[in-house]
Design a protein around this ligand. Structure first.
Ligand SMILES: Cc1cc2nc3c(=O)[nH]c(=O)nc-3n(C[C@H](O)[C@H](O)[C@H](O)COP(=O)(O)OP(=O)(O)OC[C@H]3O[C@@H](n4cnc5c(N)ncnc54)[C@H](O)[C@@H]3O)c2cc1C
Length: 382
């Protein structure tokens, strides 16, 4: 599928309509509930906003990455980072493992329903003692009597409460350390022994669920293995490129949304008998932030285009995630400052934007880990 500017604008318009009808009127309540309802996934599916990259033979649009990124960006720009990250978790974290490494049986079983929202996906990598250092994960899967037996736990899993499918990363060979002996499994969340922990109370992104998962002798069919046995770390490294591109998309769009709110506000609010916009400091800050955003967007778009050509290297993806998420933090903070005390009050969307932005420098690999990846590659270190 190729998309021209008219197609993209059509998607932007339909997402704006969807937000106006299906999200905005209810979002305040969902934030109080710390969860949006399960039906929203079906509505997102019906609207054609889920897993749009899936090949046509499994019911998908086979869209370029640009469309996945546009979808999450429009939710982020409108200030719904929680919905945007939930969609990203489903469409760009969980789905790609099945598209790229899944068996034909897995693709036929899961993908059509991931497009409609009948199956919600999550990606479970992080463990209480293995976040940045994923290689020290301890969840394990062993083969017994022609079944895989999964034990262990995960933490901070986006979509974990509502998910029907967890793409779980675990050790399949405990005799080897480091990146070896890791594999990936498709785990149905209704299997006996699969338990969801509490919905973790977060600083921001209140309408989305993030949870712990516990596995106690979960019996999986042999066909649950995704990709190569003991080759999971390699698969993860290649899919993390897309995940980091997704975080970059959210960073740019969310910062653009915050800047739009700020431009409107400084043109209305007055101090010392003039608009806040009339102070030279305001013009300079708006100029600096807009310029930085242009640079961030240009870099992000270059990375999207490289991704579609199969040429986005891990180092470049790490640079995009590092630069844009740090930029988002600076811009949202700078915008909030222009709201004065109102910026600190929850009913002002800029306050929520500040809370929602903070995680972007942490998940999908922290800024420090991004610097390690980039620095080691440039210095040609292992
Ligand atoms: C809201 C939310 C959603 C998430 N969603 C998911 C999800 O869907 N699936 C999933 O698997 N995970 C998810 N995560 C987990 C996330 O990816 C991890 O929290 C993140 O990778 C950091 O790991 P950690 O929390 O264990 O921090 P740690 O690894 O303990 O890091 C602590 C600090 O030490 C620094 N540090 C660590 N190692 C180094 C180093 N080598 N050099 C320099 N500094 C270092 C880090 O940068 C950080 O500042 C989510 C987390 C949150 C909070």
């Amino acid at each position: 599928m190729t998309l021209n500017e008219e197609d993209l604008q059509g998607f932007r318009n339909s997402i704006a309509r969807f937000i106006g009808q299906q999200v905005e009127p209810y979002h305040e309540q969902w934030r109080k509930d710390e969860l949006f309802p399960r039906e929203l996934w079906n509505k997102l599916g019906e609207a054609g906003f889920l897993s749009v990259q899936v090949p046509e033979q499994y019911g998908g649009m086979e869209a370029p990455v640009e469309l996945n990124m546009l979808i999450v960006s429009e939710f982020a720009r409108a200030g719904y980072m929680d919905i945007a990250t939930a969609i990203l978790g489903h469409s760009d974290l969980a789905t790609p493992y099945l598209v790229d490494f899944g068996s034909e049986e897995q693709k036929l079983h899961y993908l059509p329903k991931m497009i409609t929202g009948e199956i919600v996906g999550c990606l479970a990598m992080t463990e209480p003692d293995a976040g940045s250092d994923l290689q020290s994960m301890r969840s394990s899967v062993v083969l017994k009597n022609n079944e895989w037996i999964l034990n262990g736990s995960k933490i901070f899993i986006s979509n974990g409460i509502l998910a029907d499918l967890a793409v779980v990363v675990a050790k399949t060979d405990m005799t080897v350390s480091g990146s070896r002996g890791i594999s990936i499994f498709a785990v149905d969340t209704d299997l006996p022994g699969f338990k969801c922990g509490r919905n973790l109370e977060k600083m921001g992104m209140h309408a989305s669920d993030t949870t712990e998962l516990f596995f106690e002798d979960v019996r999986l069919p042999v066909s649950a293995l995704i990709g190569e046995l003991n080759g999971g770390f390699k698969h993860m490294m290649s899919e993390l490129v897309r995940e980091r591109l997704g975080v970059a998309a959210l960073s740019v769009a969310h910062a653009e949304g915050a800047l739009d709110l700020t431009v409107e506000y400084v043109n209305e609010r007055k101090a010392f008998g003039q608009k806040i916009a009339d102070f030279q400091n305001t013009r300079f800050r708006i100029a600096e932030m807009s310029t930085e955003l242009e640079i961030g967007r240009a870099f992000f778009e270059k990375c999207c285009s490289l991704y579609d050509q199969g040429k986005l290297e891990p180092t470049m993806a790490a640079m995009a995630k590092l630069f844009t998420s740090e930029m988002q933090g600076r811009i949202v903070d700078g915008c909030l400052q222009m709201f004065g005390g109102y910026g600190y009050i929850m009913e002002y969307p800029i306050c929520r934007a500040y809370q929602d932005a903070r995680i972007q420098r942490i998940y999908a690999g922290t800024s420090e880990i991004m610097k390690e990846i980039i620095g080691k590659d440039i210095l040609r270190m292992q």
